[in-house]
Design a protein around this ligand. Structure first.
Ligand SMILES: [Zn+2]
Ligand SMILES: [Zn+2]
Length: 280
């Protein structure tokens, strides 16, 4: 027997979808769900957008909006099998704004629905292959960031970097226990190293020069390499300080509590760690 009223709000005068009225259905399920986080990869130099693994370069603003629409569409799915999406329209896009207005038209059974949504979008800046080729070899310095644990704050920091230095970062190369940031000047490389030190405190920084080349005028040039090791140890890790092994018991923003094999505790200022520890 079909229900004649909404099981949630009791309404008898509204169209029903299964056992819910259409308003309660929308309230409960919405029209769409995101299949994955809405991340749009964009080239900050030519505004190409990565779509299904391919970089597409727009020639006009309308083409750009259409590319954004396509990436948004492919990340959305109907919230329930009863919902059919007819169209997804985007009136306008503010570049790098993390909110994009979307007008959805959908059907539930015989009912047409139009809904305005604001979707959260994360812009991931990366050079497209064409711009990368152009920039390749043009980087001046490399910040080699390594860490003990890949924690979520590292990922957030990487995103922040591309936001703070969109024009100076040539590439962020992902590696197994870290990443290399290739930048356009020594100055930017040092600013990045400083930013890391301010963020984590327990950081070991070593500068060196490499890739020596002779320029056309006969002078030698070399790239600046800054090795930045984030000692983001966590409870259970082993550290060696003054040639003694300790287990990390706890870590706060400023202090690290260590315990040796006989159970004796030792408290260390977190800033001391890079200088005193020979491991990690
Ligand atoms: Zn209802
Ligand atoms: Zn590009």
């Amino acid at each position: 027997m079909n229900a004649r009223f909404c099981v949630k709000c009791g309404a008898t005068n509204k169209p029903l979808v299964g056992s819910l009225c259409i308003d309660c259905f929308l309230e409960m399920y919405g029209l769409v769900k995101q299949k994955q986080g809405l991340e749009i990869s964009i080239c900050p130099r030519c505004y190409a957008i990565r779509l299904h693994g391919k970089w597409v370069r727009p020639n006009t603003y309308d083409e750009f909006v259409e590319l954004v629409r396509s990436s948004i569409s492919s990340s959305l799915a109907p919230s329930r099998p009863e919902v059919k999406i007819d169209s997804i329209r985007i009136p306008s896009v503010d570049l790098y704004s993390n909110r994009v207005p979307v007008v959805l038209r959908a059907r539930i059974g015989d009912h047409s629905i139009e809904k305005q949504l604001e979707l959260r979008v994360h812009w991931k800046k990366a050079l497209c292959p064409m711009c990368f080729k152009r920039a390749a070899g043009s980087y001046q310095a490399v910040v080699q960031v390594r860490y003990v644990h890949e924690t979520p704050d590292i990922e957030r920091f990487k995103e922040k970097l591309t936001e703070v230095f969109p024009d100076d970062i040539v590439e962020i190369e992902e590696l197994k226990h870290g990443f290399d940031v290739k930048v356009s000047s020594d100055h930017v490389a040092r600013r990045i190293a400083l930013l890391i030190q301010r963020t984590w405190k327990a950081v070991r920084i070593i500068e060196s020069y490499g890739d020596q080349r002779r320029r056309r005028d006969g002078r030698r040039t070399a790239r600046l390499y800054i090795s930045v090791r984030i000692l983001n140890v966590s409870p259970g890790d082993y550290v060696v300080i003054d040639r003694r092994a300790y287990e990390v018991e706890s870590v706060t923003r400023d202090k690290i509590v260590l315990r040796d094999s006989s159970g004796r505790r030792r408290v260390l200022n977190i800033k001391e760690l890079p200088r005193r520890a020979s491991r990690p």
